[in-house]
Ligand binder design. Structure first.
Ligand code: NDP
Length: 314
């Protein structure tokens, strides 16, 4: 069994930034990259709001830059999924982590940066057509819908971003929004509302998807529970979910304190969790901001917190 000073779980902006700082502080970090290297950001189109890239950057390029920067200072990487953790509550700095069941690591400090993953509506037909017209990632799958008609569910920034991206490829994009307004930031709302290829269907909810072997349409309900309630059918080839995310924290359930949605709770302005030597950074601990730059900053804080913790332990 390998003993580590600092083990980082997650390869998004939080994880890589934690690695850069931990490596530069001589903690010799080991970073476990998980199944989606680069994290959730890899599912976005173009990063336009990360400082330092005035012309925007492709997510895979940015994540590769972050990874190379972490590597340059000596970060070691392990690819594979963490399948089990036993966090040490006794402050003896002996946390145990298993990768793919068999490879066991012991670590004095653990930085959790496991992010959050896309939510689905929970309707049956979503599963039936998964991979056959249903997607939670426009950047990954938009290409398959060139010159076709698609729908995006949600009214937040993600939905607006996905709809704008798809409008560049597709003939028409519906946005299915359950409220009479969009929740997204002003600039994203303007982009969507001024795009002639995007039609926003306010106060609509999805009942079911239809089609033979693949998505060909969707039945929506308009103004449910009112006198104006009616069923609306739209013909579509693709159905994209953009209704938010769930933190990837199941592994730590019962060990770390989380809020009711599963986001890891940290203490005050630090990244400390309820277990000494265990820190959480990025979307797994942040239901509010969910920006790459905020996650990166949290990763930096987590490495500094880990360094301080180790110094205090002597
Ligand atoms: P949000 O939580 O902001 O928005 C989710 C949207 O999905 C809301 O419109 C919500 O509706 C809708 N929704 C949720 N559940 C359902 C459901 N069951 N049926 C139908 N609609 C549903 O999530 P986002 O992923 O859009 O954004 C998360 C955070 O990330 C935000 O802070 C956002 O600003 C940020 N972000 C920023 C970006 C950028 O700046 N470039 C890009 C992407 C995200 P309702 O409003 O009714 O609750």
């Amino acid at each position: 069994m390998q003993h580590e000073q600092c083990l980082i779980i997650g390869s998004g902006p939080a994880g890589y930034t934690a690695a850069i700082y931990a490596a530069r502080a001589n903690l010799n970090p080991l970073l476990i990259e998980g199944p989606q290297v680069g994290g959730q950001l890899m599912t976005t189109t173009e990063v336009e709001n990360f400082p330092g890239y005035p012309d925007g950057i492709q997510p895979f390029e940015m994540m590769d830059d972050l990874r190379r920067q972490a590597e340059r200072f000596g970060t070691r990487f392990v690819s594979g999924e963490v399948t089990r953790v036993e966090l040490d509550t006794t402050d003896t700095a002996k946390h145990h982590i298993w990768v793919e069941e068999n490879d066991e690591y012991e670590a004095a400090t653990v930085i959790i940066a496991t992010g959050a993953k896309a939510k689905y509506l929970g309707i049956e037909s979503e599963q039936t057509y998964k991979g056959r017209g249903v997607s939670a990632c426009a950047t990954c799958d938009g290409f398959f819908y060139r010159k076709k008609t698609v729908a995006v569910v949600g009214g937040g920034d993600t939905a607006c971003e996905e709809a704008s991206y798809l409008a560049n490829l597709c003939q028409k994009v519906y946005m299915i929004v359950r409220k009479p307004f969009l929740r997204a930031s002003e600039i994203m709302q303007e982009r969507v509302l001024s795009n002639p290829k995007i039609e926003v269907l306010f106060e609509h909810n999805t009942l079911q998807l239809t089609g033979e072997g693949k998505v060909q349409g969707a039945d929506l309900i308009y103004k449910k529970g009112t006198a104006e309630e009616k069923i609306v059918h739209i013909d579509i080839d693709g159905f994209f979910l953009a209704i938010g995310h769930t933190p990837q924290t199941t592994l730590f359930r019962g060990q770390l304190q989380t809020n009711e949605e599963g986001y890891i709770q940290t203490v005050g302005v630090s990244t400390a969790t309820n277990i000494p030597g265990v820190f959480a950074a990025g979307d797994c601990a942040d239901p509010h901001y969910r920006q790459a730059i905020v996650a990166a900053a949290a990763g930096c804080k987590a490495a500094l917190d880990a360094e301080r913790y180790l110094k205090q332990k002597g």
